[in-house]
Design a protein around this ligand. Structure first.
Ligand code: CAA
Length: 261
């Protein structure tokens, strides 16, 4: 692993932060960093975290892609294994049961854009630059970009971004439907993140997980099967103490205090 490159996991007040730290390469992801990321995702399963924030070290980059210096000598067989592994790790990110937010300032290119797309939400500022330079390197986005970008914004816009390698600014990410929130100059990124965090943490934790699972089912299921999954998730919610707390609090006109059970 590159000296000083690591994935740092911290958990505070039920919020986990995963920091991708490889500053001398603009947080580029090597094979070993991907392995470290996978390990941290596994560690999170045992934790009390209710939400995960993904960030890159420093203000210059979220993640500038897969590590090109490492890939340059790959045989097709090694590339196959590496790309397959990257897909597996990013799919793990996308399947986390709790909500995930990518905070993007600076470059989110190639594998960095793909990591951001594997998250549920993207909060960006005016320094954000998002794009897929891969075809200029003779390859294509391989950690899920061709699929997740297309699911998010549709065929034509997705192919436009991938074939032109254009870099979208934070504002453009918002207008393309890639970013959920654009933090304007002068606004505080931390304040915006805090608002997102507090509104999600206020909700009943099991309902949050069930909602995520049901919405995700819409991407892989027919409407008919998706409705069955929604029905099951809703029935789980009705079996929780938090559902009773939520209904009673409404009727008593007070704020619910959910227990997560
Ligand atoms: N891999 C390895 N090293 C990288 C890197 C990457 N993806 N991105 C940046 N770096 C390194 C640079 O080589 C440089 O290292 P040295 O100081 O040792 O030369 C250091 O980070 C700083 O970068 P620059 O000097 O280039 O900084 P800049 O501000 O002039 O440019 C940049 C920034 C536009 C992001 C430029 O670094 C760049 O184009 N990086 C590559 C982006 C890219 O092509 N990403 C896609 C990779 S392929 C991929 O991700 C495949 C996939 O889907 C799985």
């Amino acid at each position: 692993m590159e000296k000083n490159s690591k994935i740092i996991l911290t958990i505070e007040n039920e919020v986990a932060t995963i920091l991708i730290s490889n500053p001398s390469k603009l947080n580029a992801l090597s094979y070993s960093l991907l392995q470290d990321l996978e390990k941290k995702l596994d560690d999170l399963k045992q934790s009390s975290a209710k939400l995960i924030i993904f960030k890159g070290e420093g203000s210059k980059a979220f993640v500038a892609g897969a590590d090109i210096k490492e890939m340059v000598s790959f045989t097709p067989q090694q590339a196959y294994e590496y790309i397959k592994y990257g897909q597996k790790v990013f799919t793990k990110v996308s399947k986390l049961s709790i909500p995930t937010i990518a905070v993007i300032q600076g470059f989110a290119l190639g594998g960095g854009a793909e990591l951001a797309l594997a998250c549920d939400f993207r909060i960006v500022n005016s320094d954000a630059l998002f794009g897929f330079p891969e075809v200029q390197l003779g390859i294509i986005p391989g950690f899920g970009g061709t699929q997740r970008l297309t699911q998010l914004i549709g065929y034509s816009k997705s192919l436009e971004i991938i074939l032109t390698s254009k870099r979208l600014s934070g504002e453009e990410m918002l207008s393309y439907g890639i970013a959920n929130e654009f933090v304007k100059n002068g606004e505080s990124m931390d304040d915006v993140i805090d608002k997102w965090v507090s509104s999600i943490l206020k909700a009943a934790p099991i309902a949050v997980k069930m909602a995520k699972q049901a919405v995700q089912a819409s991407e892989t299921s027919s409407l008919e099967s998706g409705l069955v999954i929604e029905l099951m998730c809703e029935t789980v919610c009705f079996s929780t103490s938090d559902c009773k707390i939520g209904f009673e609090s409404f009727l008593e006109r007070k704020q619910p205090e959910f227990k997560g059970e």
